[in-house]
Design a protein around this ligand. Sequence first.
Ligand SMILES: Cc1ncc(COP(=O)(O)O)c(C=O)c1O
Length: 303
Amino acid sequence: MQGHAYIDGNFVALEDAKISIFDWGFLHSDATYDVAHVWRGRFFRLDDHLDRFEANLGALRLNPGLSRAQMREVMHECVRRAGLDDAYVEVLCTRGRPAPGSRDPRTCVNNFMAFAIPFVWIADPDKQRRGVDLVVGTPQRIPPASVDPRIKNYHWMDFVMGLFEAYDRGGETVVLTDGAGHITEGPGFNVFAVHAGRSPGAPARLVTPAAGVLEGISRRTLIELAQTAGLGVEQRLLPVDELRRADEIFVSSTGGGLIPIATLDGVAVGGRQAGDFGPVSALLQQRYWDLHDDPQYAQPVRG
Ligand SMILES: Cc1ncc(COP(=O)(O)O)c(C=O)c1O
């Protein structure tokens, strides 16, 4: 695969980016990460990704050993060396290894790494045109009181088992609940329900879970775009039954922006024909990609 990585203070080929099996990032999922993207040679909202990454490092008491400016430089350099126009750019920091014989996390030397690979789609443009088949999975999302989902993390066993269930049931991806009948999020994305205006001409309303989820950068982007377009946006509990009644459903991710959902548990969303996702999804998807040409949101990869 085309790409380039940074590990142990050096830029290396992807196949040389390896960590010790004794690193707690591997043994205990003790790590945080962030993923930004480059589209047509420009980073999208890189500062927002770095803000989130730095906040998460602080919350987990991880020290990457690099300043924000240095981390930014590493991300640019990975993309430049990879020679990619459209890229998936990940930064991560693992706990590292404790002192020999110790299980005290304070003795660990943390490891910062980064890599750039070709853009990764949760659903590629062709799939987006057809829409994704979503399943409400049985596993409960790990409770926020145990693992805070606002800190981007690798505690994905609930999602992975949910994905197996979704495939077994003929779906393509999964969304998990909080165990009390409310939607949380899926493997790599946030969820939105769209309700058409209550009377003719009234603006549509978007509902997205307020808590128990990662505060996605794409989620934020779509909320801002919806507000600018005069749509209502409600961040609150989203009951599964309400999602089933939505006129439109979409998910949001760095891996593809706004991704329309065609069916929920095998039922066509909003009773629509295949390939018709409704006006709100279409409008916001167009505006999301338009923002990639706006210098306020997108800055060129340094040559
Ligand atoms: C669990 C989870 N929720 C939501 C998202 C979406 O976040 P963003 O829009 O910042 O990519 C991700 C992204 O990978 C994720 O892993």
